[in-house]
Design a binder for this molecule. Structure first.
Ligand SMILES: [Zn+2]
Length: 91
């Protein structure tokens, strides 16, 4: 998988994620995981599925060695929250 070049590698909000010390997620990009989770949450897909193979690799920035599973779950949660805020303003 390609190396991630996105700015999300440096997002501070991902700095508090737990470390992934040795799983296959260790070198995956948590920014990519967060954004995928966020999109799934925004549509409330009901599917919390982290496909580690679909994520870019990253060894840089805030996301280095963080857990992509936790990043996806955080993104999903915040996407769901955002979806309710969008509805609130739309009414
Ligand atoms: Zn990425």
């Amino acid at each position: 998988m390609a190396i991630c070049k996105s700015r999300h590698r440096y997002w501070n909000l991902l700095g508090a994620l737990p470390d992934d010390q040795g799983g296959i997620g260790r070198h995956k990009c948590c920014g990519c995981a967060y954004e995928k989770g966020y999109q799934a949450g925004l549509t409330r897909s009901g599917r919390i599925l982290v496909d580690l193979n679909s994520l870019h690799e990253s060894q840089a920035g805030t996301v280095r060695h963080k857990s992509p599973q936790a990043a996806y779950a955080k993104g999903y949660y915040e996407g769901v929250q955002a979806s309710y805020q969008t509805m609130k303003f739309a009414v």
